[in-house]
Design a protein around this ligand. Structure first.
Ligand SMILES: [Zn+2]
Length: 317
């Protein structure tokens, strides 16, 4: 009993890592989640992929002390219950922790994917040694996880960390969660693409018009156009950055973190999004709450969720 398995279950990709007793990842298998085929199929697929990953590193199930698995919420890590994640169709109150424990014979601990990313960065990445930190990722959606007083903060029912769904603009654009004006509906890659398409549908003069292919312009098109000096693209990023700053300012006043790890594809726009973000963050938080605060990129790259899942398994045994 000396190894661990970390799993990152996303709507499109399923990743399984086998790690040694110290948490060093020895092998990783990445496959399509096949989410459209529903929970029973996905669970079979997870179990098969675990066995393939173990075979690849020449281990058996008996050598594994615990499994950690991160997936999109809402879920309750304490009970192992997955409610109904938006990008896992057909899932509704699935006791995934219990099912995987029974099917594999290995104790399984599940947690929100963004929380495990935060946990991974805290244990092995840019957040090492911190007592109070936030991890925020801004890409298609906005995810966040919090380490407070030196531990992962999960809330009473496991739902804590939904920074993307705090309301920034009452009555604003419709969010994927069903509410209006959430941070995610104003500052995510999806929101940036929507604002750009709205501008194109109007009369604005912009190089974003007439791009070929479905679902364009997208957030990447906006980044590129903004870097070329397109005024409409710049305005879109300015609005998104301003909304993001209000969200981060709220976070800072509420939790007074010493560190925010801020990453995700949207942040690749650099100063075009950071400058308005910093200005509105300053205007929406107290100087005292920002004292000593550092905002830096995460360190662990695309496998952060897997590393976090391995560390979560190690932490629970
Ligand atoms: Zn929302």
């Amino acid at each position: 009993m000396n190894g661990f398995i970390g799993i990152d279950l996303g709507g499109t990709q399923l990743r399984v890592a086998v790690a040694d007793a110290r948490g060093t990842v020895k092998s990783v298998i990445r496959v399509d989640t096949e989410a459209r085929r529903g929970p029973d199929h996905v669970i079979d697929h997870i179990v098969e992929t675990i066995d393939r990953a173990l075979a690849k590193s020449k281990q058996g199930r008996r050598g594994v002390a615990a499994i950690g698995i991160g997936l999109p919420g809402p879920l309750n890590g304490a009970t192992g219950m997955v409610y109904s994640p938006a990008n896992l169709p057909g899932w509704h109150n699935v006791p995934l922790g219990k099912i995987l424990t029974r099917r594999t014979g290995i104790r399984t601990f599940l947690e929100h994917d963004a929380s495990l990313a935060a946990f991974g960065e805290w244990r092995r990445g840019a957040g090492k040694g911190r007592r109070h930190m936030a991890y925020v990722t801004v890409s298609t959606g906005i995810g966040a996880g919090f380490i407070l007083q030196g531990q992962l903060y999960r809330g009473a029912g496991g739902i804590a960390g939904e920074l993307g769904h705090i309301v920034i603009q009452p009555g604003g654009p419709l969010c994927t969660c069903g509410n209006r004006g959430c941070l995610e509906a104003l500052a995510s890659g999806t929101a940036i693409a929507r604002m750009a398409r709205d501008a194109v549908a109007g009369r604005a003069r912009t190089s974003l018009r007439g791009l070929e292919g479905p679902n364009r312009p997208d957030a990447r098109d906006v980044n590129q156009a903004a870097k070329r000096g397109d005024a409409v693209a710049r305005r879109v990023l300015d609005q998104a950055g301003t909304a993001l700053g209000v969200g981060l300012g709220t976070l800072v006043n509420l939790l007074n973190p010493e560190l925010i790890l801020l990453g995700g594809s949207v942040m690749k726009a650099g100063g075009l999004i950071r400058t308005p973000m910093k200005a509105s963050m300053k205007a929406s938080s107290w100087e005292a709450a920002r004292g000593g605060l550092r905002i830096v990129p995460p360190a662990l790259g695309q496998d952060v969720g897997l590393i976090g899942a391995v560390e979560w398994a190690r932490d629970n045994v």
